[in-house]
Design a protein around this ligand. Structure first.
Ligand code: ADP
Ligand code: MG
Length: 638
């Protein structure tokens, strides 16, 4: 059977690994490099990928494409709001997606990623001396369905069969050999790359990884630290009488950015570093020394931003730090000593054997019972190695390890009153199946719109729309049709939806795959907003559910009065009429738009209860009348 390679397709860097004679290894290109910058240059000479393209960025900033992962499977509209600034031109494609202008052509993010993947495929083929067609590719835990689909598409464009898409932190845990830890061991995977931050809590159960919770931010990473340094340099350049930002050529700006990253990387080892940028303009040379402490002052607020995500993931997993066995670090940015110190402090890590980097933990950070901070692997290689191990598990070369991932956000459909009905809750282990039966709210309805939603908010409109489709069924009074809706998330995180008319068995299947159907913003923002609006959302849900019930009871009462109002005592009838109108008043105050209005739930509940009690007699009279009629009919017939 042919080999399955593991690919870490990163925002900043990518790499390809394979299991060779039982050992996972990252494959090197012919220059000996095991890490390929995720950078592409598309010029007259054709496509250049990797280190050469990154070096060419100074000379050709307009046609050098980097950080393309942030556009994968996303709409142009959303990207313009939150993506990192780039020096090349990005525009809207025909179908609302992103187009990347290279100067000579316009490419989709998938096409650019495909070029990076083709390059990695070549590296693997040269190293293995055989054709490579099968791959496992990793994605951030927070990638939604559209982003995963776009990654699969890029793989196909590169001539690869994508055997599996797995989450980066899960792959890293495999590479760290955490399957060797004892049963019930719990591990936090802390991953900071160039553009994303992910935290995952894993548990080992009978040799199987289970993801207990994930959290993170898709717009937080090492690039932000570089940006702080760029801003710092801009101030220093201005102070030294050099050009302002506006006066810089794109080439000079790119050189400053490159110097910023170099400074940051050097300061992971050195205590100070001297930046030298000769001829930023024809008459200005920049020279500046940065101490590690200066960098730490700039970087600290950015690293601190990851803390709240750590806390939330721990809350979701219902764990305290002392219940963790290990914390592992993944992503190039985690080589920074300050970061290691802070993470170690937050998780109350016990002292650990230092194997890489120059970490110093203060006495006060020493917790004998805390988890170990494990930095035994190269943080920027672990993900690719884990993907290769997953590949070897698939070919049967490695056995007895199974990966289980979780859903980052809840999935469901819109129901009566515009509410979100969750079918698969957030943090469910995949593959997963869930279903529910729905009915109609209106008489003689013949079809139902199934509106697929993703998110944590109570009102449908506050969640992301994953698409809509219509299921038809036989005409019947309201409440009679039975429509089964089933959600299934497969092992790759792709959602399959099936809706079925239970009476006829007629069904409709929808697979959520198009980026354009997804109203994606940012998962993190979604989770944050759901917390922020928790009280309002609860109030809205209670109100909508309560008012649906109140309307139904009011309608039934009015119907009852119509049928047997004449048989009622005047006072009793008036009392019922007043009670109904009180309910209606609370339901519909004047001048309020019905859809958005959230009224006094408690008041409505009390009024409905009063009406309910008051109408006991009416209900009895109604029932008696119905019985009489039925008996009367019988009498006629016989
Ligand atoms: P991604 O997963 O986003 O492709 P990586 O894991 O390769 O990214 O991490 C890239 C980030 O790591 C960049 O911001 C880079 O500057 C940073 N980085 C790489 N090496 C070091 C280092 N020695 N010290 C600090 N940061 C580093
Ligand atoms: Mg990464």
């Amino acid at each position: 059977m042919s080999k399955i390679v593991g690919i870490d397709l990163g925002t900043t860097n990518s790499s390809v690994a394979v299991v060779d004679s039982g050992f996972p290894i990252v494959l090197a290109d012919n220059a000996g490099c095991r890490i390929t910058p995720s950078v592409m240059n598309f010029s007259g000479q054709g496509v250049v990928v990797g280190e050469a393209a990154k070096r060419g960025r100074n000379a050709a900033p307009k046609s050098t494409i980097y950080s393309v992962k942030q556009y994968m499977g996303r709409r142009y509209q959303e990207c313009t709001k939150d993506s990192r600034s780039v020096e090349y031109t990005v525009s809207a494609g025909k179908n609302g997606g992103v187009l990347i202008e290279t100067g000579t052509a316009a490419l989709s993010p998938e096409q650019v990623s495909a070029e990076i993947l083709k390059h990695l495929k070549k590296i693997a083929e040269a190293a293995l001396e055989e054709e490579v067609t099968r791959a496992v590719i990793t994605v951030p835990a927070y990638f939604n369905d559209a982003q995963r689909q776009a990654t699969i598409k890029a793989g196909k464009l590169a001539g690869l069969i994508i055997e599996r898409i797995i989450n980066e932190p899960t792959a890293a845990a495999l590479a760290y050999g955490l399957d060797k830890l004892g049963d019930q061991s719990k591990v936090a995977v802390y991953d900071v790359g160039g553009g994303t931050f992910d935290l995952s809590i894993l548990e080992l159960t009978e040799g199987t990884f289970q993801v207990l919770a994930t959290n993170g931010n898709t717009r937080l990473g090492g690039d932000d630290i570089d940006q702080r340094l760029v801003d710092h340099f801009a101030i220093k350049i201005a102070e030294a009488g050099g050009p302002t930002r506006e006066q810089l050529t794109p080439e000079a700006a790119a050189r400053i950015r490159e110097a910023a990253e170099m400074t940051k990387i050097q300061l992971s080892q050195a205590e100070s570093y001297e930046v030298l940028l000769p001829f930023l303009t024809s008459e200005f040379n920049f020279q500046h020394t940065v101490a590690r402490e200066d960098l730490e002052t700039l970087a600290r607020p950015i690293i601190e931003k990851t803390r709240v995500h750590c806390r939330r993931a721990m809350e979701d997993a219902k764990l305290s730090p002392s219940e963790l066995d290990q914390v592992i670090l993944v992503g190039g940015q985690t080589r920074m000593p300050l970061l290691r110190r802070l993470v170690s402090e937050w998780f109350g890590c016990a002292e650990f054997e230092e194997t890489r980097g120059n970490l110093r933990i203060g006495e006060n950070h020493h917790h004998p019972d805390g988890p170990a901070l494990n930095i035994s692997q190269h943080p920027d290689e672990a993900v690719a190695l884990g993907a290769a191990i997953q590949g070897a598990i698939l070919t049967g070369e490695f056995k007895d390890v199974l990966l289980l991932d979780v859903t980052p956000l809840s999935l469901g459909i819109e129901t009566f009153g515009g509410l979100m009905n969750v079918i698969i809750p957030r943090n469910s282990t995949i593959p997963v199946k869930g279903g529910e039966t729905f009915t109609t709210a209106v008489d003689r309805q013949r079809e139902m719109l199934v509106h697929l939603l993703q998110g944590e908010r109570e009102k449908a409109k506050d969640n992301w729309s994953l698409g809509k489709f219509i299921i038809e069924f036989e005409e019947a009074p309201r409440g009679v049709p039975r429509i089964g809706v089933q959600f299934e998330i497969d092992i790759n995180g792709v959602l399959h939806v099936l809706a079925r008319d239970i009476k006829t068995g007629k069904e409709k299947v929808q697979q959520v795959r198009s980026a354009v159907d997804v109203d994606d913003a940012d998962v993190q923002q979604m989770v944050e907003e759901s917390v922020e609006h928790a009280f309002d959302d609860l109030a809205a849900r209670r109100w909508i559910e309560g008012s649906l019930k109140a309307r139904e009871i009011a309608k039934a009462t009015i119907q009852g009065l119509k049928v047997c109002g004449e048989e009622l005592d005047d006072n009793y009838r008036r009392a019922i009429e007043e009670s109904v109108s009180a309910v209606q008043q609370t339901l519909k105050p004047e001048g309020e738009s019905a859809g958005e209005y959230v009224g006094d739930w408690k008041k409505l509940q009390d009024q409905v209860k009063a009406l309910d009690e008051l109408t006991h007699d009416l209900a009895e009279i109604q029932m008696q009348k119905l019985m009489d009629e039925l008996l009367g009919q019988k009498g006629l017939a016989s």
